[in-house]
Write a protein that binds this ligand. Structure first.
Ligand SMILES: [Fe+2]
Ligand SMILES: [Fe+2]
Length: 221
């Protein structure tokens, strides 16, 4: 196959551009320290508190789950952007994707402050979520947006549970989760308002099953 300039080359180059851009985004998401935040971390304004080793391990495990959730969000938006049309909500989706980058960076910083590392399974979950996002976008914008809404609702449930599970004095992690909770709820509403499908219970249950696999593994690995 030749990439020489022909009448069909603009389409090929456009595909190549998309692939390069996606590879770049994947690396920014997966390589520690490669992404930059647009808003400062809410943790900065909260006081430092002493945590014992067990509390640190637990808080880092929860923040690792949330970080992987953000890795999945990046991949989902990228996969969706590749195939979905979304003419009316592209700006809103791009703003949501920017906020997800903030979440990713805040979680990663907090994990490092707690003396731990991000999940080694992130490339696997990135690939999986990218594929789901691309397939959903290919089916229709309604399904694609519905998937965003259902995912965000799931994330909100995790965040709320983690808020109560974190060590009481870990105000820094809680401040990060609180802002994320506000943003994710807004993303879910945006996706539904833009015409996202409300998924039936069996689909939601399948998503819950998948998210359980993610949370159980990334808490430790
Ligand atoms: Fe997020
Ligand atoms: Fe979100």
């Amino acid at each position: 196959m030749s990439l020489n300039a022909t009448s069909s080359s603009p389409r090929r180059l456009s595909l190549l551009d998309k692939l390069i851009s996606n590879a770049d985004q994947a690396l920014r998401t997966l390589v520690p320290g490669a992404a930059s935040e647009h808003r400062p971390s809410p943790a900065q304004q909260r006081p430092h508190a002493e945590l014992n080793d067990e509390e640190k391990r637990h808080a880092a495990g929860l923040m690792r789950i949330n970080h992987t959730g953000e890795v999945c969000a990046q991949a989902l938006y990228q996969g969706q952007a590749l195939t979905a049309k979304l003419p009316e909500v592209r700006d809103a989706m791009e703003e949501a994707a920017r906020e997800e980058v903030d979440h990713l960076v805040w979680c990663e910083k907090r994990i490092h402050e707690l003396g731990s590392h991000t999940s080694r399974l992130n490339p696997l979950f990135y690939g999986l979520s990218f594929g789901i996002g691309a397939v959903a976008g290919k089916i229709s914008d309604k399904v694609s947006l519905g998937f965003v809404a259902a995912t965000e609702e799931q994330v909100c449930r995790h965040l709320s549970a983690h808020m109560t599970s974190l060590p009481t004095q870990d105000e820094k992690s809680k401040a990060v989760l609180l802002q994320m909770l506000e943003d994710e709820a807004k993303h879910a509403t945006t996706a539904l308002d833009a015409g996202g499908a409300r998924f039936p219970l069996p689909v939601k249950l399948a998503m819950t099953g998948l998210s359980k696999v993610m949370t159980k593994t990334t808490y430790r690995i």
